[in-house]
Design a protein around this ligand. Structure first.
Ligand code: ZN
Length: 465
């Protein structure tokens, strides 16, 4: 096969933590060379990024629920990874639920890998699950290459993925510490959650049923378990901004702890959610405006390590189940494609520069998952790149998004900043200029994503032939 060679040049390339005028020589999918300045285009083909856009490393999203197999009608590898590419994301790490089987055994992981290998348009890694049934046997999944283990401290929403009680949390943390893996935790304390049957169509009733104290209590338990065992722990989808001081203090005292939040918590507020609008239902819930300010303070002071989608779709029918009844509708936000645009829109309003956000969408989530070398533009790295038009205004249309079910909490929102083009190993996997959102099947190329395994695995797996 002939060598594929081209050069990409841009006035603003995100390189070594700052914007630089540079050109990248791409050879066979790898960044073979980086030169200062615009370069002279030694390679045959030159792509010039327009002055009103920036060249970023492909984004990393360590929190995505793909649901295939078993609930593929909720979301599958093809639709999820196309949506990711359109959002500038070139690497996702898939959550161990809501697929069937859940990723709680090596056999289940093998099933997920087979499905992903056939359909993924970007690179995919996998989290394992830590559930009551597999405690004591996590080493096998670890050796099979999962990036870590997810657990819930409250009911997960699906019957086949049970939650851990406090004693089991300690056991899991000790087992995972011995493996030098990581435990990632859905932190809500079930003792402080209200009953779902007390809910109605009003958002306020839902918000009251999942108070901030439930997050704070569960986070304290995670910090305690991590401190006692010396293991690595990660707080998923932080919604309660008031929990940040405890997290910052734990980190400062040497506890191996990281924390993520999501675009919906940084951009949406309870005061603006209409009654019956179940597209906004997620757990923990979107809270009030003052809480959003606390989360932004955590973004600015460095306590928050990553911003990830927690993309967790269902069918339209389930998301609308009960005609907007917050106790009946599926809880989960489908935000994989719009994360950077949504957060950048809010950041601009607050005077926060784009450069402050980039690590939170790239190296931050890569570090959370232990994805070595991901999320940077560097010589020798795979050419995972994305072009972001920083001033491109657009209105989100749920029907035009590429994830499977056209429901979005961002539908109708005016956003500023949009992904124009994404490359995976130097190959265009999204191009806004080709058929608008790129959804048209005639523009779809065969899937070229690879399966990623954690370095703990004895050998690399699933590299596409
Ligand atoms: Zn999730």
């Amino acid at each position: 096969m002939a060598r594929s060679e081209f050069t990409i040049r841009a006035a603003r390339v995100w390189l070594d933590g700052r914007w630089q005028l540079a050109h990248l020589d791409i050879v066979d999918g790898v960044i073979a060379g980086i030169g200062a300045g615009a370069g002279r285009g030694r390679r045959r083909r030159v792509v010039t990024v327009p002055e009103d856009a920036v060249l970023l490393p492909g984004l990393v999203d360590s929190h995505v629920h793909v649901n295939e197999p078993g609930r593929t009608e909720w979301e599958g590898f093809e639709s999820a990874t196309l949506a990711a590419a359109a959002g500038g994301v070139t690497t996702i790490v898939d959550m161990p639920l809501n697929s069937i089987p859940p990723t709680t055994t090596p056999a289940a992981l093998a099933v997920k890998r087979t499905r992903a290998a056939a359909a993924a348009h970007i690179d995919v890694g996998f989290w394992g699950g830590a559930v009551p049934e597999n405690l004591g046997t996590l080493a096998a999944l670890h050796e099979a290459g999962v990036f870590g283990f997810k657990c819930f401290l409250s009911p997960s929403g699906v019957d086949e993925f049970g939650h851990l009680d406090r004693a089991q949390l300690g056991e899991a943390m000790a087992e995972i510490a011995a493996l030098d893996s990581r435990l990632i935790v859905h932190a809500e304390d079930p003792a402080l959650l209200g009953a779902e049957d007390g809910l109605g169509r009003d958002y306020e009733s839902f918000l009251r049923s999942r108070p901030a104290e439930s997050e704070a209590s569960a986070i304290d338990a995670v910090i305690d378990a991590a401190r006692r065992t010396g293991g690595r722990a990660h707080i998923l989808h932080l919604s309660d901004g008031a929990a940040l001081p405890a997290i910052a203090a734990a980190k400062a005292s040497g506890v191996r702890l990281t924390v993520e939040t999501c675009p919906h918590y940084l951009t949406l507020i309870a005061e603006e959610i209409p009654d019956g609008a179940s597209e906004f239902k997620c757990c923990p819930p979107i809270r009030g405006e003052a809480n959003r300010d606390l989360l932004w303070a955590g973004v600015l002071d460095g306590t928050i390590d990553a911003i990830v989608s927690d993309h967790s779709p269902s069918t339209v029918q389930l998301k609308r189940h009960g005609d907007g009844h917050f106790g009946l509708a599926w809880g989960g936000i489908s935000g994989l494609q719009v994360g950077l645009s949504a957060v950048w829109t809010e950041a601009r309003r607050r005077g926060v520069p784009l450069e402050h956000l980039i690590p939170l969408f790239t190296t931050g989530p890569a570090a959370v998952a232990g994805l070595e070398g991901a999320g940077v533009i560097a010589e020798g790295a795979p050419a995972h790149l994305t072009v972001f038009g920083v001033d491109d205004a657009h209105t989100v249309d749920a029907q035009a998004l590429l994830h499977r079910n056209p429901v979005s909490a961002y539908h109708g929102r005016r956003l500023v900043g949009r992904i124009r083009r994404t490359w995976l190993r130097g190959r265009a996997v999204f191009d806004l200029s080709e058929g608008g959102a790129g959804a048209a099947p005639q523009y779809r190329k065969p899937p070229s994503g690879r399966l990623l395994a954690a370095r703990s695995a004895p050998r690399p797996v699933g590299v596409r032939a």
